[in-house]
Design a protein around this ligand. Structure first.
Ligand code: T46
Length: 160
């Protein structure tokens, strides 16, 4: 059985607060990026994500996660060996647990203006999705199951 994981030591911080307060995430292999935001008043706003600019890598794959209507929904529960990703809530919010093997940080992803970097060896869980939550993820490689670390014990071994 996997080693039991403790809850985040740093409490939950919202993405909006994190950026407003200029606070660093307390974990490695992560970070926050800001989309290019073009207020196009009075009829909306355009948010732009460009490879190697807002998104710090070449984008090879984009996927979305939708219909997160079950209150007990739980996604993630893995890390990647190599894959670099940026995850955004285009609409609504969700709670993202980040764990680099030594430190944990819980982030409420609650703004479409920003994305959270998931760079390789970072364990992540996603929970507490608002009913309207729509997630978009940019990735630097095609889907490859061999890149997933799906057991927490193996993750801890690799991050020792
Ligand atoms: C991640 C988090 C943020 C594919 O066949 N192709 C794909 O591109 C993706 C993303 C998934 N799948 C298949 C693999 C599984 O059979 O879809 C099924 C569900 O994938 P998974 O359980 O990995 O879903 P999440 O939400 O736990 O994780 C996903 C990404 O897979 C993962 O890379 O970091 O979102």
């Amino acid at each position: 059985m996997d080693t039991e994981r403790n809850t985040a030591s740093n409490g939950t911080i919202s993405l909006k607060e994190l950026v407003a307060g200029n606070v660093e995430l307390g974990v490695t292999h992560s970070g926050v990026v800001r989309m290019q935001i073009i207020p196009d008043k009075p009829d909306g706003v355009i948010r732009v994500a460009e490879a190697r600019k807002n998104i710090p890598f070449n984008i090879e794959r984009v996927y979305d996660i939708d219909e997160l209507t079950r209150p007990e929904a739980l996604r993630g529960k893995h890390a990647h060996r190599q894959l670099k990703q940026v995850i955004r809530a285009l609409r609504g919010s969700f709670t993202l647990l980040l764990d680099d093997g030594k430190n944990k940080q819980v982030v409420k992803v609650d703004s479409p203006d920003f994305g959270v970097i998931l760079d390789g060896l970072i364990w992540h869980d996603m929970t507490d999705f608002s009913a309207d939550c729509l997630i978009l993820v940019y990735a630097d490689a095609y889907y490859n199951e061999a890149d997933y670390i799906r057991t927490y014990d193996e993750f801890l071994e690799l991050t020792k």
